[in-house]
Design a protein around this ligand. Sequence first.
Ligand code: ARG
Length: 466
Amino acid sequence: MEEEGKSVGKLWGGRFRKETDRRVRAFGDSLSFDFRLWPYDLQASEAHARMLIQIGVLSPAEGETILKGLQKIYGEFMDGKVEPTGEEDVHSLIETLLVKWAGEVGKKLHTGRSRNDQVATDLRLFLRDEIQAVREMLFELRLALADLAALHCETLMPGYTHLQPAQQVSFAHHLLAYYEMFTRDDQRLEDCLRRTNVLPLGAGALAGTTFALDREATAAELGFSSVAQNSMDAVSDRDFVVEFCAAASLVMVHLSRFCEELILWSTPQFGFIELDDAYTTGSSMMPQKKNPDVAELCRGKTGRVIGNLTGMLAVLKGLPLTYNKDIQEDKPLLFDSVDSLKGCLEVFIPMLLTLEVNSDRMSAAAEQGFLNATDLAEYLVRKGLPFREAHAVVGKVVLYCLEQGKQLEGMTLEEYHLFSSVFEEDVFQAVALQEGLKARRVLGGPAPEIVKQRIEEIKKILRKTD
Ligand code: ARG
């Protein structure tokens, strides 16, 4: 017989002589953080109940009472009437509420089910929705990048390596580099979704059940594309969480690099862009300040998201099969990655859409730093010099310009002839910045013609996936 009190907030207790120490309860309970899984726990419970009715484990009348109870609980949650207190986890909470609303028959729902396969199912249902939500945000971001790029195919800006001026590109080309990164991120999430969308329920605690559960039916009802094929694997691995944390880390790393650039470009020294007031903050002491907090916080939160990935790998690495309580630590890490990522995208996208581009400053910066030196070397190659020799000649021209305080565009033909006799009048076209940009028509290159083609393709891709 169960003693009064011992089973409060517990799904077990029969084989215990003592109450759990209250500190152990506080230490081990997960309700404070797994409470948010309630819609998924109810969804999975409903599917489980329907299947139990179908296979005759629950009578239609029993099943009906349980389903009505679950509906009632759903309403209570929706009305904000359920508090995240008093129970070990969200699964215990819902079962307790079910017994409250459906009576004794509620105790039959857990037939052939364990919290081990239940929590894995809930988490997969949760992540499936969140992957979808993140992918929708990435879609918005990719669209925003393509739209902004379309306005700046001819906007010159310096391209850098080592943060030193390297070759002139367009602002559009720079933006579309991020388009490609976020597109691959989206593909990674799509791939992660494929392996997340597999049903663990029916695995029981670890070794299935003697009841002839129809797992295919449960999977179909919950929209899972397949059923986990090994009950031990189903309850013990969280590789799908690791995969999401990894994909999220990469989105964040890409976002963080972009943020670093926005921060740099919005300094008075660069002045390439100005962030909208609504996405910046001031200083309590220095009246002139306008700080790029949003971009900095996105960069900062990248650290946490990477931490969640390494944390999740570390939780799993020494675990014997199958379920171990350690695995409960998956949720704070996964939830934090989901929330951080969505939180960043939510502010980053409108920040990008509202920033002002200072095209003149970008073009002026492109006139500094001999960005056209490589174009000039390639000009000499076309005049017959081997590239290595052309490189050496232009190196000397650059040194001369540095000493004379000149740009390559400002040299006279006579001056060019000091370095090689092959220079002709057409050298001025070769060093004209816009001309050099136009000439880099290689596939994937920055020529406006090529970038415009790419934008067309991107718009087609985005229209298809919309
Ligand atoms: N709260 C637990 C978790 O999040 C649910 C599974 C508990 N299973 C168990 N046998 N203790 O992992």
